[in-house]
Design a protein around this ligand. Structure first.
Ligand SMILES: [Zn+2]
Length: 106
């Protein structure tokens, strides 16, 4: 691979997970807390939290504190903006907007 290639595959890796896809589908309906997501998805809270952290790192979701709970919402991403781009164009827009954050691994 060329050294300057944009690593889109890392964003696709983040999406390529059944639980993360389910979370995105739920957040498309509206913002939710970890507790709410855990309930609707019937998954362990630790798994849901971990998936949300991964989605946040790749800039697919945002989190906001609402009193005691943290509410997650979907960012405008390739999943939401429907401007007729094909997947790769949409991914490139996502990558440009979030470059430096998407691929920061810690
Ligand atoms: Zn990304």
């Amino acid at each position: 691979m060329k050294a300057d290639s944009t690593p889109y595959h890392l964003c696709l890796d983040v999406l390529g997970n059944p639980l993360r896809i389910e979370i995105i589908k739920e957040l498309k309906k509206g913002p939710k807390s970890v507790g709410e997501l855990t309930k609707v998805l019937g998954e362990e809270q630790s798994k849901v939290s971990h998936s949300l952290a991964t989605l946040k790192k790749c800039c697919f979701v945002d989190s906001n504190r609402d009193g005691k709970k943290i509410v997650y919402s979907l960012r405008e991403t390739l999943l939401q903006n429907n401007k007729g781009e094909d997947l790769f164009e949409a991914l490139e827009i996502h990558a440009k907007e979030h470059k430096g954050k998407c691929w920061r691994r810690d």
